[in-house]
Design a protein around this ligand. Sequence first.
Ligand SMILES: [Zn+2]
Ligand SMILES: [Zn+2]
Length: 355
Amino acid sequence: MKYIKNRQEYIDFYDLLTIEECLQWIELVKESGKKIQEIQKPEKLGYVGALAEIALYFKKGENYRKKEKTIDEWMERDKRSQEKYDNTHEPQNVFCNECNYGMKLFDKTLNQKLDDKPRMLFFFECPHCKKRKGIFEDGENFETDKKCPQCGSILDSKTTKKDEIITITDNCKKCDYGYKDVWDFKADEEKSRKEKERQKYLLDNFRSEFCLSEKEGEEYVMDRIRDENFKKRENEQKKKEDDPKYQKAMKLRKIKVIELQKIIEEVITKNEFNNLIFDKPETDRQIIIPFSVQETKNERSGYDGSRNLKRAIIKVLENTNWRLMSDGISERLGILSGKLKGYEKEEDLVKIVKQ
Ligand SMILES: [Zn+2]
Ligand SMILES: [Zn+2]
């Protein structure tokens, strides 16, 4: 039994799904109501309308984007099945229930039910009476007796073969349940041959149309990444702009040193100081300007003077991009000094506005 196939078979299968998805979409737009199986040999497509084209662009691109990963997963799954099939040991010492002879392994299969862990199933035959039984890898017996879905008793099952047609009839002895299943191998073979032919036709005629080459695919992926980044930036910008702190920060008046000097000059005059001197600025991420003023009122205490000046400067700068630095104002012998800090960048301005 071979579970793992060569990569090209997986690629063909994946491409076929893409082709069918796209063709199905076109049928949907045309409102033909055709199902995938009915789309036998479509003609050249032609123009399908702008809206359909856009949807197709994304279908093709997204299928390209998921292609490698999906194929890797399929191959990985089949590799696991293959390993399980090849390497699981059959149960030992299996004896016939009828005559107690040691039974011989004659077949094995991987039992795969949906949502279930696949288990290996081994079939044994008694060399003496030819009775057969199936045992799972974990020792559980495989139930061969079919049970009646109506009353639960064991069904009387008969298989007849005529030419290539196998007929299975199940009848219940206890109730009126009966079931007939017909397998026509020749018809199945014909159906499968036709399906393969259809698949080949689709691959030959539509692969280049719907399955992107690496170059086209990578272009699509890059475009999507650009789009996503743009959207992300847009969202971040919007979020930022919606923040009241940001809105406040953007309303701050950005002033240059010359205007700052004028403002401070006015404040100190009003508060009875003079001789404003701006020292050499320190330029870093922000601009820091040390300054000093002189007390004009001999009777005012150093503490009162620096407190008054501090309050006045903080207030007058509140709506600008300048701040009195946190050391505040110091005073010695009537000289009051402090530092002013100027902010330029958006993120810094957001930090200096009050909540
Ligand atoms: Zn036996
Ligand atoms: Zn029954």
